[in-house]
Write a protein that binds this ligand. Structure first.
Ligand SMILES: Cc1cc2nc3c(=O)[nH]c(=O)nc-3n(C[C@H](O)[C@H](O)[C@H](O)COP(=O)(O)OP(=O)(O)OC[C@H]3O[C@@H](n4cnc5c(N)ncnc54)[C@H](O)[C@@H]3O)c2cc1C
Length: 419
């Protein structure tokens, strides 16, 4: 048990509001909560287990930092799927336009890409994070890095620090501990057991926006892992997405797969493998493909014929050769071959491990929190961000969701303290 009590919280530096809030977790949700609370004059202590904050945010910046999306707000809100009812009011209160303005105020102009996604003009996270931290410091937020939260000892929060364990007792606590993907960046889901012991109901943490396993042949794996398949349309049940698939050693990943990953994961959870169909030649309709395939093949190998007549990529041709009928594909009629190219079956057996996923599904369930996102079983403790039980596809919906939650929950803290 910790042997020291650090009472930094009720000290003489307390601000006009006279209350101290401990925020644990320095990701976008925690930082946005810190901004909202410090702007209102609260003393904010931000605890982070890593030596610096915003590591996953910085990682997101490697892909250009897709902050949000420009589509119609009603469509935007639907991206939160079965949790859109809970998340809609938060997004309406902090919509994409406000997030863009917030970035601009921090010196980072944004732009809308051709897909409607919104990025900072620098296409990086580091300048934005730097400016954000400076703003927070100016507003009095006190950063306590290398403070690894262990749970509670009665009313105190317990942290392991390089100088040994400490306890602190704030007026309110806001947990923004993230999910369990990319654990080396800080969030690893280690909070689950401690929260569950408090009677908090937690949906199992699952990979979201993840790849899926396919047992490729050795030849295909050696030749094509690391290669993109594009353009392609992936059909799964009634859904379809167009874009690019990345072939990996163990299966497939990439934007179009991520977009369908919640549905695919649910199908696999029901005990099945998930059967998706690929349109390997999305820009030609079936009729056109069939006309081309009716041309005489002459002495050409099947691969050469398909490459020349349809301009199929090597990866697409490789996939055709992975099909269980590969030995008799040469005997396929033009209509059978067209069907295979337009509706290539791919069995996805399981999701990639959570540590490779972009985000996490599952977490603290909405039935365990009140409308201010306060834990029903622990009044005065609030939760925000990816540690809650929601998920969304890539496209900026994750960061927008986490930041909107950070603000909403911070306002919840204020109302609770004011009561
Ligand atoms: C490779 C990659 C690319 C991405 N790209 C995008 C993108 O372009 N657009 C988008 O919208 N989203 C993207 N995301 C997702 C997005 O980054 C996350 O959804 C978001 O960072 C979650 O914010 P959060 O504040 O809830 O949690 P996190 O950002 O995970 O922050 C949680 C923080 O809590 C700290 N912590 C955890 N446990 C403890 C503890 N016990 N004690 C103290 N501190 C603790 C962690 O160290 C961490 O700093 C990407 C994710 C990855 C991995």
């Amino acid at each position: 048990m910790p042997d020291r009590i650090q009472n930094t919280l009720h000290n003489s530096d307390a601000t006009s509001r006279g209350k101290t809030i401990a925020i644990i977790g320095g990701g976008p949700a925690g930082l946005m909560a810190a901004e909202t609370l410090s702007a209102q004059g609260f003393t904010v202590m931000l605890y982070e287990r890593k030596p610096s904050v915003g590591r996953k945010f910085l990682m997101a910046g490697r892909g250009g930092l897709n902050l949000t999306h420009s589509e119609d707000i009603e469509i935007f809100i639907k991206r939160y799927g079965k949790h859109s009812t809970q998340i809609a009011p938060l997004i309406r209160a902090f919509p994409p336009q406000t997030l863009r303005q917030w970035c601009e105020d921090l010196g980072e102009k944004t732009f809308i890409g051709s897909s409607g996604r919104i990025f900072p003009e620098s296409f990086k996270a580091s300048p934005l994070l730097r400016a954000w931290i400076i703003r927070l410091e100016k507003q009095g937020v006190q950063f306590r890095t290398q403070h690894d939260w262990q749970g509670w000892d009665e009313d105190s929060l317990v942290f392991n620090t390089p100088n040994g364990p400490i306890k602190v007792k704030p007026d309110a606590t806001l947990l923004a501990l993230g999910g369990a993907s990319w654990p080396r960046l800080g969030a690893d889901g280690s909070w689950v057991s401690c929260m569950a012991a408090q009677g908090v109901k937690i949906a199992p943490l699952r990979p979201a926006n993840c790849g899926f396993c396919i047992p490729w042949s050795d030849i295909f794996q050696a030749r094509f892992s690391g290669h993109p398949l594009k353009p392609v349309i992936v059909h799964f049940k009634e859904s379809a997405t167009r874009g690019e698939i990345m072939i990996t050693e163990r299966g497939v990943e990439g934007g179009v797969i991520y977009a369908l990953s919640a549905l695919i994961r649910e199908e696999i959870d029901r005990g099945n493998s998930a059967l998706v169909h690929l349109d390997l030649k999305p820009d030609l309709n079936a009729e056109n493909i069939q006309i081309r395939l009716k041309k005489p093949r002459g002495g050409q190998s099947l691969s050469n014929f398909l490459r020349k007549t349809l301009n199929l990529s090597d990866v697409a041709l490789g996939l055709l050769m992975e099909h269980h009928d590969r030995k008799i594909l040469g005997e396929y009629s033009p209509s059978q071959m067209t069907n295979l190219i337009k509706k290539y079956p791919l069995h996805l057996s399981s999701a990639f491990p959570i540590d490779r996923a972009i985000s996490t599904a599952g977490g603290v369930t909405f039935e365990t929190i009140d409308p201010n996102f306060m834990l029903l079983s622990r009044p005065g403790t609030f939760v925000a961000g990816e540690m809650l039980d929601w998920e969304a596809p890539t496209g900026g919906y994750l960061l927008q969701g986490c930041m909107a939650m950070g603000r909403h929950t911070a306002k919840g803290v204020i109302s609770w303290l004011d009561e």
